[in-house]
Design a protein around this ligand. Structure first.
Ligand code: NAD
Length: 453
């Protein structure tokens, strides 16, 4: 794609945005409904695409991608009218006679850039917010999940006018070309490194951004945790999508007193979820590509494998694996793992763990397992992270009443539910002044005459 083509796409959308059609509630409602119907009627093709790209089962595709999107669209449809209303605010007595309110205004032409790990959900979910808030959308899916990228392009082309909502497919060069353009908002989900490039490019035009990035999200299992339940929820959160989840537990810090119990319980739950031979399980998600597979495979040399560790390099599949005797110097502890390898480390003092985490980059998520409320609060208050759970993993992201986003290296801004609408809306402050009277003191002559009196 060349500059001229990119400019053409944006100009077409800008012209459409300027007609003002997207401002109406009915228009937005109709487009959200069309999006919902589209996902329903392409369900089969979507399942097939996710199977091709990541070997996702229909169950996993439904629970982590399609089901999530339907909930988000329904939530937006239910609340949209309310969200769009202007908010009345107070006005101080010094402003006597006037009224104030905040009007929600769409930014205009928006760019949504998506990663490969939930290639449908992470492309469409931001678009729901953009549409609800009255923007137009250009979507750039990941080139690593080509079947999903193709089906996104097909179904969006068949459902929407390209001057309103369109998909641009392609790799890094296409992303770079798009990022050279002037956008009114950029919503990016992906790695921290590319997030920095996006922000740099956006700064040229002072374009506001949301950056949904990654990081090493820790799990802490304390000595008073319900260990078997903790193990089950950690295994579920880690190995869903073969660990290729932005908020997947990256590593576990377990109190030394319960370590053996946790390891035993995690092995038991891995077997009950994926069978004794996960590599032969037809529904077990594979690694997205050869480069990612090789990177993860090399990590198996770190520490001791206490469970799993087998790979199938033809299918690009790696067993759910638990690693012990890991240190911060090991290669797999340098960056987000983003695969089905779970290092387990031990602690004695919770405060030491907290101290260590405060020195590190702020992760996207943190999960604490333990029964004492005071300690739960202590961890939640003292470690900075995007969002997380007490006694669970991943669940916070499926609550539309909670904003989802990172902090520091794990990103900026948030979305889901109303937060998506807010993200894609400018809050325009309006003061409506009375013309029935005028207070003289605000004017220089008014002050002067009062001083003279
Ligand atoms: P990525 O950053 O490599 O790619 C994301 C998008 O950026 C793709 O569309 C890609 O084409 C484009 N891109 C890649 N290199 C580029 C470059 N040099 N210049 C411009 N554009 C470029 O990320 P990924 O590998 O697709 O996804 C994995 C990462 O995303 C992980 O770090 C994960 O934690 C993070 N992630 C975060 C969230 C979240 O919600 N916070 C969700 C999913 C994934």
């Amino acid at each position: 794609m060349g500059t001229i083509e990119a400019e053409k796409i944006i100009n077409r959308q800008r012209n459409f945005f300027q007609t003002g059609e997207t401002l109406a509630y009915e228009f937005r409602k109709q487009k959200l409904t069309a999006l919902k119907d589209m996902l329903k009627s392409y369900k089969k093709e979507i399942y097939q695409a996710l199977k091709n790209d990541l070997n996702k089962s229909e169950y996993e595709a439904l629970t982590t991608e399609l089901g999530f999107l339907h909930t988000e669209i329904d939530f937006a449809l239910k609340h949209l009218k309310n969200w769009m209303k202007s908010e009345k605010t107070e006005t101080p007595v010094t402003h006597k006679g006037s009224k104030s309110y905040i009007q929600k205004e769409p930014y205009g032409v928006t760019l949504v850039m998506a990663p490969w790990n939930y290639p449908l959900q992470l492309a469409i979910a931001p678009a729901i917010g953009a549409i609800a808030a009255g923007n137009t959308v250009v979507m750039k899916p990941s080139e690593l999940t080509q079947s999903t990228s193709a089906i996104l392009a097909d179904m969006i082309r068949a459902t929407f006018d390209e001057g309103y909502f369109t998909v641009v497919e392609g790799a890094k060069d296409v992303s770079q070309q798009l990022l050279e353009q002037r956008w009114d908002y950029i919503f990016f989900t992906g790695s921290t490194n590319v997030g920095k490039i996006v922000m740099e490019k956006a700064s040229k035009h002072l374009t506001p951004v949301t950056l949904e990035l990654g990081g090493k999200s820790p799990v802490i299992v304390d000595k008073d945790a319900k260990v078997d339940l903790a193990a089950k929820r950690i295994v579920w959160g880690k190995f869903t999508n073969a660990g290729q989840t932005c908020v997947a537990p990256d590593y576990v810090y377990v109190h030394e007193k319960v370590k053996l119990k946790l390891l035993r319980a995690m092995k038991k739950h891995i077997q009950s979820f994926y069978g004794k031979k996960p590599l032969q399980n037809e529904d077990y998600v594979r690694i997205v590509g050869k480069d990612h597979f090789d990177r993860l495979h090399a990590f198996l040399a770190d520490g001791d494998i206490v469970h799993g560790g087998n790979v199938n390099d033809e299918k690009l599949s790696i067993e759910p694996t638990i690693l012990d005797k890991i240190s911060w110097d090991d290669a797999l502890m340098q960056d987000e793992i983003f695969g089905p390898l779970l290092p387990v480390m031990t602690f004695r003092s919770l405060d030491d763990v907290i101290g260590e985490m405060k020195q590190m980059e702020k992760p996207l998520a943190l999960y604490y397992f333990g029964e004492t409320e005071q300690k739960q609060r202590h961890v939640m208050t003292n470690v900075p992270f995007g969002g997380g759970c007490i006694n669970d993993t991943l669940y916070h992201l499926a609550n539309p009443h909670l904003p989802f986003g990172g902090i520091g290296n794990s990103g900026m801004g948030a979305y889901h539910g109303k937060y998506s609408f807010d993200t894609f809306s400018h809050r325009k402050s309006i003061l409506k002044q009375t013309t029935k009277f005028d207070i003289p003191f605000r004017y220089p002559s008014g002050r002067l005459s009062k001083a003279i009196v």
